[in-house]
Design a protein around this ligand. Structure first.
Ligand SMILES: Nc1ncnc2c1ncn2[C@@H]1O[C@H](COP(=O)(O)OP(=O)(O)OP(=O)(O)O)[C@@H](O)[C@H]1O
Length: 227
């Protein structure tokens, strides 16, 4: 479902004389439906960069990044937007909140964008918010003023609203209490059971060991710097 082949990435620092920094070479991994692969490696080795390239936020310098039949490294922006709407979910660490939109609608929005009827979308959103212990009295409010942990749970509910066949998770259990962490791990296990291909960054080693089938050490893709 997700296949990264020989990907490289450089950053050009335009405000520092155009210095070019190679950050990845020969990045490769593949994730089958129903499988969860954890990206590991020291801080700065390129885990987030690889994840952002798979999501299409960063453009790869070379190589192929297949998500289903779409090569994210070559796709037009509108193809990437369609891919994100239908097939590729991303739970980032932080919720990017649109002001004044009710929490229930924030969570239902990915389903509404796919044409799901409002009632059905809200029902699914309610079930996820309840499961993640967001009190019902908060559902009509914008999550802008919510605590960090509450915002993270709203973000997770939103990321799991649609059954994406491919899913990227950036530290989904960070800063959660034990009960909510358990719910998130169960959501990941259910997504795998229905055939989702998942790539994740987990600093929570216990969670990683429980839900991930394999680890890929991105240090192996970090270019050797000649000094
Ligand atoms: N937008 C950017 N511009 C320039 N350099 C960048 C940019 N994003 C990442 N880098 C560099 O790319 C390298 C990989 O960073 P990345 O954030 O992918 O590492 P990471 O493994 O996710 O680290 P951490 O575990 O600390 O989050 C680092 O050397 C970083 O400085």
């Amino acid at each position: 479902m997700i296949s990264v082949e020989n990907v490289s990435k450089t950053f050009t620092l335009h405000n520092q004389g155009g210095t070019v920094i190679p950050v990845m070479e020969g990045g490769s991994l593949s994730v089958a439906p129903g499988e969860c692969v954890a990206l590991v490696g020291a801080s700065g080795s390129g885990k987030s960069t690889l994840m952002r390239m798979i999501y299409g936020n960063y453009l790869a310098a070379s190589g192929r990044i297949m998500v289903g039949d779409v090569d994210v490294a070559q796709a037009e922006p509108r193809e990437i937007l369609a891919l994100r709407r239908e097939r590729l979910g991303y739970v980032s660490q932080f919720l990017r909140v649109v002001p004044r939109v009710a929490t229930l609608d924030v969570v239902a929005e990915p389903l509404l964008a796919l044409g799901v009827a409002r009632d059905a979308a809200r029902e699914r959103a309610s079930a996820l918010l309840a499961r993640l212990n967001i009190p019902e009295r908060l559902w009509a409010l914008s999550p802008t003023t919510f605590s960090g942990g509450e915002q993270q749970r709203v973000n997770i509910a939103r990321g799991f609203a649609h059954d994406y066949p491919a899913l990227l998770l950036d530290e989904p259990t960070a800063s959660l209490d034990a009960a909510n962490r358990e719910q998130v791990m169960a959501l990941i296990e259910e997504a795998k059971a229905r055939g989702a291909a998942i790539v994740g960054i987990f600093h929570d080693v216990e969670a990683r060991d429980r839900v991930c089938d394999r680890v890929v050490d991105v240090t192996g893709f970090t270019p050797v710097r000649v000094v």
